[in-house]
Design a protein around this ligand. Structure first.
Ligand SMILES: Nc1nc2c(c(=O)[nH]1)N[C@H]1C(S)=C(S)[C@@H](COP(=O)(O)OP(=O)(O)OC[C@H]3O[C@@H](n4cnc5c(=O)[nH]c(N)nc54)[C@H](O)[C@@H]3O)O[C@H]1N2
Ligand SMILES: Nc1nc2c(c(=O)[nH]1)N[C@H]1C(S)=C(S)[C@@H](COP(=O)(O)OP(=O)(O)OC[C@H]3O[C@@H](n4cnc5c(=O)[nH]c(N)nc54)[C@H](O)[C@@H]3O)O[C@H]1N2
Ligand SMILES: [Mo]
Length: 769
């Protein structure tokens, strides 16, 4: 792919300042001006962000407090806002002057930088251009095409941003049409959580609320880049640190936010010349994939302390009463931990026994512990086992279902968790199909649909013929980029509902539409007046949101309206869903959802209250909705998270794909990664200096990367520059999505099918030129 973004001299200089702070404000201001907005407009907008009478941030899904700060936003939330409300437009003129195949050479950044999409478009193959169409013609043709296709051959993808209202309508449309093919971005993200947690503790989501952060007396962070990806959570960590709470972090990279942080809300900290608050009391640069080993070490230390307590009659390190009353299979777990060998734990985790014992002792003393985690645990071949091992650790000391404690998967997209709650899932057993049948008068399909990896397999084998996307950039976000892009062109129907132009839009099928929609920050005016929408955050809390900006174009339709029109054109008379009535007044959609899910009772009366309302999670009450009726200890297969990587420390290294501080997934705001000290390029591979020396590489050497797999497929990316960085031996890091061509589609978690984007076996090849 000819998409080189190398500036002449990209720089990698370790960033030693705290995250937050002035660097953060400067970065936001620059982005604001670049999008044609004044700083005053920006300031006005940001006072409405994450407020009960405002809109919910379009960036991450971190919890929104009932009593927000005056400016309850962060650097990256502000960037995401600016990116959506930009004054730039990617309009008819743009499409009249650029052929689609020409745009394929543009980078992700250049494509989205053109601004907001304004007009519904249909691809014309003879001109190789997108041509404006009337909405009604688009809906009519898409409906007709869908009715010619077998519903089982059509995919309804959702990226996690659409509201609960739109998401509920989306899955109804798919099911009335006749398919459970409802993959969403979560399949590439926290699916290891959605599959792992129910077996451990009987709920698919995290068990902590914001209040718990005020009450905890210890915190773990595994594999989450908080300073970049959920910066508002740094406030909770910051407050906890000020109370003296130990925060113990495991991450191969020394991510700045969890090293030091300056609170941009605090004038005192901002003005003081010091280095900000030390966010992690201990930061362990665990080896890539070494988490199960590290957690086993901590568990082993707890067992050793417990043995000592038993011998001396001291206070037990295990929560014996909790384990007896609430847990299943502790003995098997105990046997696994006792049998584990310290030398092996040290080798796989890269962390010294004495350190893990020290953490174990801290943990054994703490009364209420929160374990936060992100993609560093979920995106591995043993992602589910990583998640379950973390639960094991928590269960040893009863840290689920009590104040100040719990498991805290930090979710990605701002409503990705909520989409699952309202029926977006390919697994029929997870959706209340009988209720849908009863309330909406149709017979939903009962067989399992396709999730993301299966949708990709279907694209590759030709069994998928139609793809409709409610947001996202599927072809760019999934593994095996080149094959997927080629397969896309064989689709009969490709429909993308989007706010900004991205690479997936440039891959036409035979019939191809690009449908522009309102963003969440824009006023959504319908027959019944301006409409609220709602979403669920990482702590299972539902919030309302209302947009207020003038829409980017008068032609934009809201997502609920687009879905309703598609439904009317595709499945008229096949259910009792009152599509038009719903679109006129979204509160009716919420009333309907309240009839289906008891958690949503009195939805309309509750969702606009400051702080929103919480879903009821059985695990928080220590009620375990598992097969055993208890919280289950689940024994991992072993320490080896990467069964087919022989990271021999010679030629094969484990590539972990990361996000920069200047991107939201495939949306690339710019080429700097301030918090890692990288400027001017994303075509960079970060490597351990010893590995570089061993392979005869020096800073700025040009390299190609090739996947190490014996499946007969050559997967390669070209012309990257290597830079020495603080990363454990055997691992290299580089940016997603550029490196996705290297990930084999089969390289995923065995149970959840989450692509193992944090452990791709690669060889580093020096370029001759
Ligand atoms: N600004 C911004 N915010 C975002 C996003 C964004 O792209 N930009 N994306 C959103 C989405 S959809 C998501 S899912 C979240 C993602 O947020 P994160 O969960 O933070 O995901 P990543 O950025 O992929 O980084 C994962 C971290 O895991 C570490 N890691 C890699 N391998 C291992 C390992 O084997 N063990 C351990 N312990 N750590 C490891 C990496 O060094 C990295 O710091 O953020 C959301 N918020
Ligand atoms: N190698 C590697 N691959 C990964 C990951 C990784 O860490 N490494 N992370 C994975 C993860 S965690 C995720 S979540 C996926 C993300 O995969 P996706 O969710 O599919 O991708 P995004 O980049 O978030 O989608 C961006 C596009 O969404 C559209 N959009 C933005 N706002 C709206 C809106 O309000 N409505 C509509 N309809 N469209 C909108 C815009 O057109 C924009 O171009 O990628 C996954 N892929
Ligand atoms: Mo995600």
């Amino acid at each position: 792919m000819k998409r080189s973004e190398i500036t002449d001299h990209p720089t990698v200089v370790p960033y030693s300042h705290p995250s937050g702070g002035w660097g953060s404000l400067k970065s936001v201001t620059e982005k604001t001006l670049a999008e044609g907005l004044s700083v005053e407009t920006m300031a006005q907008m940001l006072t409405k962000q994450n407020k009960a009478d405002g809109y919910m941030c379009v960036s991450c899904s971190w919890a929104k407090p009932a009593e927000p700060h005056l400016a309850e936003f962060c650097e990256n939330g502000a960037k995401a806002t600016v990116w959506e409300v930009t004054r730039k437009r990617c309009d008819r003129d743009f499409f009249a002057t650029h052929r689609v195949s020409e745009l394929l050479d543009w980078t992700d950044h250049e494509l989205e930088k053109q601004g907001r999409l304004t007009t519904p478009m249909r691809y014309d193959a003879s001109l190789d251009q997108y041509i404006p169409v009337k909405w009604e013609d688009a809906f009519r043709e898409i409906g007709a095409e869908l009715n010619r296709l077998d519903p089982k051959s059509v995919i309804f993808y959702a990226s996690g941003r659409a509201s609960l209202e739109a998401s509920h309508m989306w899955q109804l449309l798919a099911r009335i049409y006749g398919t459970n093919n409802l993959p969403d971005s979560s399949n590439m993200c926290h699916e290891s959580t959605s599959v792992g947690l129910p077996k451990s503790i009987g709920v698919p989501v995290g068990t902590v609320q914001l209040e718990d952060f005020e009450q905890c007396d210890m915190m773990f962070f595994f594999g989450h880049n908080t300073g970049t990806n959920a910066p508002r959570l740094l406030h909770q960590v910051h407050d906890a640190r000020k109370r003296g709470v130990p925060v113990v972090t495991f991450n191969p990279l020394p991510e700045r936010g969890l090293v030091r942080f300056k609170d941009p809300q605090s004038p005192i900290e901002m003005l003081s010349p010091d280095e900000g608050v030390k966010m992690s009391s201990d930061f362990f640069q665990v080896r890539s994939g070494g988490d199960i080993a590290a957690m086993t070490g901590i568990a082993k230390a707890v067992l050793e302390l417990d043995d000592a307590a038993k011998a001396t009659g001291g206070e037990r390190a295990l929560d014996v009463a909790f384990i007896a009353e609430h847990c299943h299979d502790f003995e098997a777990f105990e046997a696994f931990v006792r049998a584990a060998d310290w030398a092996e734990i040290e080798r796989v985790s890269g962390i010294a026994r004495a350190d893990l014992e020290r953490v174990g002792a801290q943990y054994a003393k703490a009364k209420a512990v929160i374990a936060n985690y992100g993609m560093g645990l979920t995106q591995h071949r043993h992602g589910v086992q990583n998640v379950q091992m973390l639960c094991n650790l928590l269960l040893m000391r009863g840290n689920i279902g009590k104040p100040g404690a719990g498991v805290s998967p930090i979710r990605g997209h701002s409503n990705v968790q909520g989409q699952r709650t309202v029926g977006i899932t390919e697994k029929p057993e997870l959706a209340p199909l009988d209720k849908f049948a009863e309330i909406y008068g149709f017979e939903p399909p009962r067989e399992k649909g396709k999730a993301t990896v299966e949708a990709c397999e279907g694209l590759l084998d030709g069994s998928v013929k139609g793809f409709i996307a409610l947001g996202g950039n599927f072809a760019r976000a999934v593994p095996e980029t080149e094959k997927i892009e080629a397969a896309w062109r064989k689709l009969r129907l490709s429909v993308q509902i989007a706010t900004k132009l991205n690479r997936n839009h440039l891959l036409p099928g035979e019939v191809t539409y690009l449908l522009p929609c309102l963003g969440r920050i824009e006023e959504d005016m319908q027959a019944g007046g301006p409409q609220h929408v709602s979403m669920e955050d990482s702590t299972a809390c539902i919030h309302g949101s209302i947009g207020w900006r003038k829409p980017a174009s008068p032609e934009l339709l809201s997502e609920p309206r687009i879905i309703a029109e598609l439904a009317k054109a595709t499945v008229p008379g096949r259910s009792t869903v009152p599509w038009d009535e719903w679109v006129g007044d979204y509160s009716k959609i919420r009333d309907a959802m309240a009839r289906i899910w008891p958690d949503f009772h009195d939805f309309n009366a509750r969702f606009l209250k400051p702080g929103g309302f919480h879903r009821d999670l059985a695990a928080c009450r220590r009620e375990w909705k598992t097969e055993s009726g208890k919280a289950n200890f689940i024994v991992p297969d072993g320490f080896d998270v990467n069964p087919d990587i022989e990271v021999d420390g010679k030629h094969v290294l484990s590539l972990l794909t990361i996000r920069s501080n200047d991107q939201f997934n495939t949306t690339v705001y710019g080429y700097d990664d301030r918090l890692r000290g990288i400027k001017g390029s994303r075509m960079i591979i970060l490597m351990n200096a010893e590995d570089m020396a061993r392979l005869g590489l020096k800073d700025e050497d040009r390299v190609d990367l090739r996947t190490h797999a014996d499946d007969g497929v050559e997967r390669k990316v070209e012309d990257y520059r290597v830079h020495a960085f603080s990363i454990p031996r055997g691992a290299v890091a580089g940016y997603y999505p550029e490196l996705n061509p290297l990930i084999p589609l089969w390289h995923h978690d065995s149970q959840a099918h989450t692509p193992a984007a944090k452990s791709v076996p690669v060889e580093i090849l020096r370029r001759s030129s």
